[in-house]
Design a protein around this ligand. Structure first.
Ligand SMILES: *Cc1c(COP(=O)(O)O)cnc(C)c1O
Length: 345
C-alpha cells in the first residue's frame, strides 16, 4: 500500500533527479573547503537569499545553533517567540551548549513579535541582568500555523533592532514557502537580517541539510562553530547535490502544496467535529482542533487512519497538524478527507 504521509514535509524522499545528481556528484573534503558540490550549493543559497556566503549544515537545528552561538557570548540573551522552534524543539541547545538564555514573547497571529513588546524586553545595562544580544524571528512560523511575515515587517523589525545595537537571526526553515506564498523574491525577506537558516530537507525534498547564510565574516566564524558542534562533514557533496536540485527545481512548485493545503482545509472544514485554526492555511500546514462532540482521542484517530495507510500526527491533546508536500497529490487529498469523515462520524 502506498502511504499517504501528512505528518510533516520532512518525510519527503529525494526525487529521481536528486538521486541521479547524488550518484554523479563531484566531491572533495569539505572540511578543507574542497568539495565543489558543497561550494556550489553554498554560493547558490547565498545568492538566492542576498547574502555574501553560505554554510552547509546537517540540520536546521545546527544552523540556528551555530548562528546564535556565533553571534552571542555566554550570558547573553536572545529574544524570541514563546512558540519558536528554537525555544520548543531544539533541545535547549543554545543554553546547554552556549550558555545563552532566551526571553520568550507571545507571538502575534502572524507569528511576528510586537515591536513594543520587544522594546520592553530589552535589558537595561545592569549587572543583575543578562545582556540582550539578538532577536530571532521565525518565517514561516511553524507552531503558529505555517503563517508568514511580510518583507515590510522584517525590514521594520531589523531597523528597530539595529538602531538598538541588536543582531537579527531568521529561522527561515521554510522561508521559501513564505516567499512563494507572498509571490515575492525570498531576498526581500532575508536581505535585511544579519543571518538566516533554511532547510533543504523539508518541502524542497532533499534528504539532508540546511544552509546558514550571512556576511562572509560571519560565515567564517560560523564555520569554526560548526566544527565545534561536530558538523564538519567530508565528502558530503553527495547529499549537497540533492540540495542543488532542490533549489533549482523545487522552490516554485511549493505553490502547489499551498494550493492543496487550501483545498484540503476547505474540504475538512465541512466535516462535523473539525474546527480549523487558522481557518485558511497560509502555506503548506493545516491545523485543526477536535470539537467536544468527538469521543475519539487523537491517538485513536491516528491509529484508524494508519490502518488505511494515512499517517497524521497530533500537535496537542485535541489538535492535529497536517502538512502538504510534493508527494501528496489530489488523490491523496480525496482519500484523506474520506477517511477522516468516516472516522469522525
Ligand atoms: C524543522 C525546523 C527547524 C530545523 O529542524 P531540523 O529538523 O533540525 O532540520 C527549525 N525551525 C523550524 C521552524 C522548523 O520547522
Amino acid at each position: 500500500m502506498e502511504l499517504i504521509d501528512l505528518r510533516s514535509d520532512t518525510v519527503t524522499k529525494p526525487t529521481p533527479a536528486m538521486r541521479e545528481a547524488m550518484a554523479k556528484a563531484e566531491v572533495g573534503d569539505d572540511v578543507y573547503g574542497d568539495d565543489p558540490t558543497i561550494n556550489r550549493l553554498q554560493e547558490m543559497a547565498a545568492a538566492k537569499l542576498g547574502k555574501e556566503a553560505g554554510l552547509y549544515v546537517p540540520s536546521g537545528t545546527m544552523g540556528n545553533l551555530a548562528a546564535i552561538l556565533t553571534h552571542c557570548n555566554r550570558g547573553d540573551e536572545v529574544i524570541m517567540g514563546k512558540h519558536a522552534h528554537t525555544f520548543l524543539h531544539e533541545g535547549g541547545g543554545i543554553s546547554t551548549l552556549g550558555g545563552v538564555s532566551s526571553c520568550q514573547l507571545e507571538e502575534q497571529k502572524d507569528g511576528s513579535l510586537a515591536l513594543e513588546e520587544v522594546e520592553a524586553a530589552i535589558r537595561e545595562d545592569d549587572i543583575h541582568e543578562p545582556v540582550t544580544r539578538l532577536i530571532e524571528i521565525e518565517n514561516t512560523h511553524n507552531a503558529r500555523g505555517g503563517v508568514f511575515q511580510t518583507p515590510e515587517y522584517v525590514q521594520k523589525l531589523t531597523d528597530f533592532a539595529h538602531e538598538r545595537g541588536l543582531i537579527v537571526h531568521m529561522d527561515g526553515a521554510r522561508v521559501f514557502n513564505s516567499a512563494v506564498a507572498q509571490g515575492i523574491d525570498a531576498r526581500r525577506l532575508t536581505e535585511p537580517v544579519d543571518s538566516v537558516t533554511f532547510c533543504l530537507s523539508k518541502g524542497l525534498g532533499a534528504p539532508v541539510g540546511s544552509v546558514l547564510c550571512g556576511s562572509r565574516e560571519f560565515i567564517k566564524k560560523a564555520t569554526r562553530m560548526r566544527k565545534h558542534l561536530g558538523g564538519g562533514m567530508r565528502q558530503a557533496g553527495i547529499i549537497a547535490a540533492a540540495g542543488i536540485v532542490a533549489l533549482e527545481s523545487m522552490v516554485d512548485r511549493l505553490a502547489e502544496d499551498h494550493q492543496r493545503a487550501k483545498v484540503l482545509a476547505q474540504r475538512l472544514s465541512s466535516i462535523p467535529g473539525i474546527k480549523l485554526n487558522p481557518s485558511v492555511p497560509a502555506t503548506n500546514m493545516i491545523f485543526f482542533d477536535l470539537a467536544d462532540t468527538i469521543q475519539l482521542t487523537t491517538a485513536q484517530i491516528e491509529q484508524k487512519l494508519a490502518e488505511q495507510g494515512i499517517l497524521i500526527m497530533s500537535s496537542g491533546p485535541r489538535r492535529f497538524r497536517l502538512v502538504t508536500h510534493y508527494m501528496i497529490d489530489d488523490q491523496a487529498l480525496e482519500k484523506t478527507v474520506s477517511a477522516l469523515r468516516e472516522t469522525l462520524q
